[in-house]
Design a protein around this ligand. Structure first.
Ligand SMILES: [Zn+2]
Length: 322
């Protein structure tokens, strides 16, 4: 018998995932579908409504649900409860809060996915003893969620701490998806790593002498973040050099996070990290001291894995003061 339950939604560009979970962080049921992009912006909320209905059907009474939390990639317009020209959906404006509130008569909380994630870490992960913690995702992009002095940082529109757009290369050799040059995400995210790897290879004076699987991938135009890390795992020299250089830049990003927010814990997730935890995190730990003025916090892999946004969406219903 469930006493207190909530709905958590992780709205991604590829999949939308919905869970029913308890106040203790137990996921009772889960459902996932490819994100609906062919029926216009209202198709997204209609899909979420349909998934919620099928999830709660015969499991729980609507009156036993406290609310619905949504974590989504931004940018958000928190005042109107919608997404504004989101990076992961092909629409100008995607209303989310109002259609769900009207359908279910429950409170609906919309948060940036990384902001939700840090709440998940705080309440259902390893952040319980920390009043100052940051969650960093290194995935297709780089993002963060920040919890300081016992409060979640949100910002005027819900877009505080866009840490992936910190400038970590003042020469601006690579251009970010946002259009500016030199941003962290342009070098070290899943979509940026191939460009950064190409930049390193093309500036490498031993380029012509190098052999190995990563050089082959470069020559055949198949350079991906996965190829870089997979080749490093089997001892490819060039891949090891690139992984180290990515680590140096990640350490600059983490040093900025450390000096901006002074956390006692930074947890790291996102597909690039989850697939290559030590290759991503070890170099950050090695290089961060060269850049951070503040005391370096504990930096560790999140135990919540790819479900962290869902845990955060649940936590937002139970623990975010409204
Ligand atoms: Zn940027």
């Amino acid at each position: 018998m469930v006493t207190k339950a909530a709905i958590g939604v992780d709205l991604g560009g590829t999949n939308v995932r919905v869970v029913l979970g308890s106040k203790e962080g137990k996921i009772i049921a889960k459902i996932s579908e490819p994100t609906e992009k062919s029926k216009g912006p209202t198709g997204v909320s209609e899909q979420i409504i349909r998934l919620i209905i099928s999830l709660i059907e015969e499991r729980i009474n609507l009156r036993d649900i406290e609310g619905i939390g949504i974590g989504s990639a931004g940018p958000l317009d928190i005042k109107s409860g919608a997404l504004m020209r989101p990076t992961h959906l092909p629409f100008e404006y995607v209303p989310l809060v109002k259609p769900l509130e009207e359908k279910f008569g429950l409170p609906v909380i919309l948060l940036n996915d990384c902001v939700a994630a840090v709440l998940g870490e705080k309440y259902f992960g390893i952040g319980g003893d920390h009043e100052n913690l940051v969650y960093v995702t290194i995935s297709t992009g780089i993002g963060g969620g920040v919890y300081v002095d016992g409060h979640l940082l949100i910002g005027k529109d819900g877009n505080a701490h866009e840490i992936g757009h910190f400038t970590i290369d003042y020469e601006g050799r690579l251009t970010c998806g946002c259009g500016k040059k030199g941003h962290w995400e342009a070098y070290c995210s899943g979509s940026g790593i191939p460009n950064y790897a190409r930049l390193i290879i093309e500036g490498d004076k031993f380029k012509n002498a190098r052999k190995g699987p990563l050089m082959e991938a470069y020559k055949s135009g198949k350079l991906t973040a996965k190829a870089v890390y997979d080749c490093a795992k089997v001892g490819d020299d060039l891949a090891e050099i690139i992984v180290e250089k990515i680590g140096e830049l990640n350490a600059i990003g983490f040093a900025c996070v450390t000096d901006a927010y002074d956390p006692s814990l930074i947890t790291v997730g996102g597909s690039v990290t989850l697939n290559n935890p030590s290759l991503v995190i070890d170099p950050i730990r090695r290089y961060i001291k060269e850049h951070a003025r503040n005391r370096v916090p504990e930096i560790t892999l999140t135990p919540l894995g790819e479900d962290i946004v869902l845990y955060g969406a649940l936590a937002s219903v139970f623990y975010l003061s409204r």
